[in-house]
Design a protein around this ligand. Structure first.
Ligand SMILES: NC(=O)c1ccc[n+]([C@@H]2O[C@H](COP(=O)([O-])OP(=O)(O)OC[C@H]3O[C@@H](n4cnc5c(N)ncnc54)[C@H](OP(=O)(O)O)[C@@H]3O)[C@@H](O)[C@H]2O)c1
Length: 291
């Protein structure tokens, strides 16, 4: 598969969002065998970026579930040199499924330690701040990530659910080339992060659209019906609407690396083919206009 730059790494243009095998809006989590088969199918298809997070788990008391599956799948695969794993921290889950945020240095350090254990690695490739803790100055939390990187616990720092101002703060605190990626929601159904996507292009920072197909709640599966242009273009090319969506996102800039989620091997195998699908300027404009 053709590749793109993600901070210090070179990864496949299409990544795998591993979340749905541990948590999804349909509430149906596959068994571990299918989860691992899905990750192996991604690797077989040339995917070399896998996205996970500590909170991706069926319940609050199984946090780390998704990271453990990703780690297990990679070890079972054998040689996975060149495969980059990105995880995230900063969101908390507690008894009674209470959700919160914690950007304190103590919490983030312990979260990184738990992710290292769950993934079964000595260093995390990409560690992303999952969501801002609005009780803390953005720059202070970014500085914590910088220290964790300087200490060698993580290789690269990313942020998620950030606006343009926060991206600029992260770049300033981490220094030239210090911010590897920004992961924001972006799909045909959710275009509110166009400014951040563009800004990352100007800065040379990778932009990872999350829920790039519209999410696990039905948005992804029905994207070809909901957006007429996407369904038509898919029929013209003889490909799935999901491939058309991902090709449209890839065409937004060389810094864009969509991370479609999958519970089934077929989904990611199909999505991976989007890396080879080129849409014409007219097709891209039709999707842009179809809101
Ligand atoms: N940073 C954040 O705050 C945040 C928030 C949410 C998600 N994320 C990340 O973004 C990743 C992707 O988001 P997502 O999983 O919510 O939504 P998504 O990628 O928009 O949609 C995933 C769904 O699309 C289906 N699908 C994927 N490829 C397909 C294809 N080629 N044909 C037909 N169906 C296809 C999958 O079906 P099957 O399940 O049947 O395989 C899956 O249920 C997550 O895994 C996670 O890593 C990040």
């Amino acid at each position: 598969m053709n590749t793109r730059t993600l901070g210090p790494f070179t990864v496949s243009a299409i990544g795998l969002g591993a979340m749905p095998v541990s948590m999804n809006n349909a509430g149906e989590v596959p068994d571990e065998r299918q989860a691992i088969a899905t990750i192996h199918a991604a690797l077989d298809a040339g995917v070399t970026y896998i996205d996970t997070a500590d909170i991706y788990a069926p319940s609050w008391d199984t946090m780390g579930h998704n990271e453990r599956i990703v780690g297990k799948a990679l070890r079972a695969y054998g040689n996975h040199d060149g495969v980059v794993v990105g995880t995230k921290g900063g969101i908390t889950r507690g008894p009674g499924e209470t959700w919160g945020r914690d950007g304190s240095p103590e919490y983030l350090r312990s979260a990184v330690q738990k992710s290292l254990d769950a993934l079964g690695v000595d260093v995390i490739d990409l560690y992303q701040w999952h969501r801002p803790d609005r009780w803390r100055a953005y720059a202070d939390v970014i500085a914590t990530f910088g220290r964790l990187r300087d200490e060698g616990l993580i290789r690269a720092v990313g942020i998620s659910n950030a606006d343009v101002e926060e991206i600029d703060i992260a770049v300033e605190v981490l220094g030239e080339g210090g911010l590897a990626s920004v992961q924001n929601e972006f799909s045909p159904a959710f275009r509110n992060s166009e400014d951040e996507l563009e800004h990352c292009g100007e800065l040379g920072v990778a932009f990872l659209p999350w829920s790039p197909l519209g999410g696990t709640g039905g948005g992804a599966v029905e994207v070809g019906e909901r957006f007429g242009s996407i369904g038509e273009i898919a029929r013209d090319h003889g490909v799935s609407p999901q491939q058309v969506v991902l090709a449209w996102e890839l065409a937004k800039g060389d810094h864009v690396i969509p991370i479609p989620g999958a519970r089934r091997p077929q989904s990611i195998v199909d999505s991976a083919k989007a890396a080879d699908l080129t849409l014409s300027a007219d097709e891209l404009a039709r999707i842009d206009a179809d809101r």
